[in-house]
Design a protein around this ligand. Sequence first.
Ligand SMILES: C[S@@+](CC[C@H](N)C(=O)[O-])C[C@H]1O[C@@H](n2cnc3c(N)ncnc32)[C@H](O)[C@@H]1O
Length: 267
Amino acid sequence: MDWGRFSRLWAYPGRNISARARWEYIGRSAVDASRMMDGSTGEDDLRRRGEFMADLLAGALEITPQTHVLEVGCGVGRVGREMAPRCAAWTGADISRSLLRRARRRTAHLGNVTLTHLAGEGLAGLPDAAWDRLYCHKVMLHIDEPGIRVLLRDFRRVLRRDGLAYFDVWNLNHPDAQDLSRREAADPILSRQPHRSRFYARDSVDGWLHEAGLQPVWIADSSFLLQVIATRADADPEATNAARRRLKEQGAALIPRGHLDFVPPPA
Ligand SMILES: C[S@@+](CC[C@H](N)C(=O)[O-])C[C@H]1O[C@@H](n2cnc3c(N)ncnc32)[C@H](O)[C@@H]1O
C-alpha cells in the first residue's frame, strides 16, 4: 500500500464530504479506481489479483455453475469479472456510480452479470432471499458499527435459507492492523474523518451476527483481517454443520499471508 497516495485520495478533496462522494470521486480516474480497490496498478494487475481472490472465495464458499452470487461493494468488478464465469449469475452492488460504470465496461463480454447502484441505506432495493452466496471483501474496513449492522441485517434478508455470506473487517488485535491504525491516527485530516479505518474484535462480530439473525460458520482472526463466513440463524442445521466441517479443513486457504495484503502469484 502506497500510504501517501492512499491518504491523499482518501482524505481529499474536501474535508467533510461523505464516503459515498469520495468513492464517486475515486471512480472518475482509472488509475485511482484500480489503486483504491486493492492497490492494483492497472488492468493487468486488477485481473491477476481479481482472479486470485475469486479463486479463494469460490473455493471457500463452494461456488459452482449453479450458484447465484452477490458481491456487495464490487467497485470496478475486480473480483466479479473473474467470479462471474464460475457461477450461474453474478450481481455486483455498489454505492458509487462511477465505479459501477467501470465495472460495466469491464464485464461487458459476460452474459450473466447484473450491476446495481445502492442509493439508499444498506442493500435497500435488492430483493429478499435471492442469493446463495454473498461476499463483501475490503468494504467494511471504513464502515462504522451502525453501518455494519445495517449491512448485516440486509445480508440476512437477501440470502437464501442455506446461503453463505463472507465479509472482512480490520482485525483490532493484529499488529499489522494496529500499525495502520497508528499511521492513520497520526494523519491530522484522515484521523478526524467519518470514513477513517475502523478496527474490530471478535466479540463485536459475534454480537453483530446475533443481532442480524445470522450465525457464524467460520471465523479467522490470525491475520490483519477478521474474516467471517456466516449463514442465516434459521439455516438447516445439517447443512450448517457440513459447511463448518468443510471450512475447518479448507478455510485456511482464505487467510491472507502478506503484510496488509493477499499475495497473489507473481505475474
Ligand atoms: C476497497 S474497494 C473494494 C472493491 C472490491 N470489493 C474489491 O475487492 O476489489 C471498496 C468498495 O466498497 C464500496 N463501498 C463502500 N461503502 C459501501 C457500502 N456501504 N455499501 C456498498 N458498497 C460500499 C466502494 O464504493 C468501493 O467500491
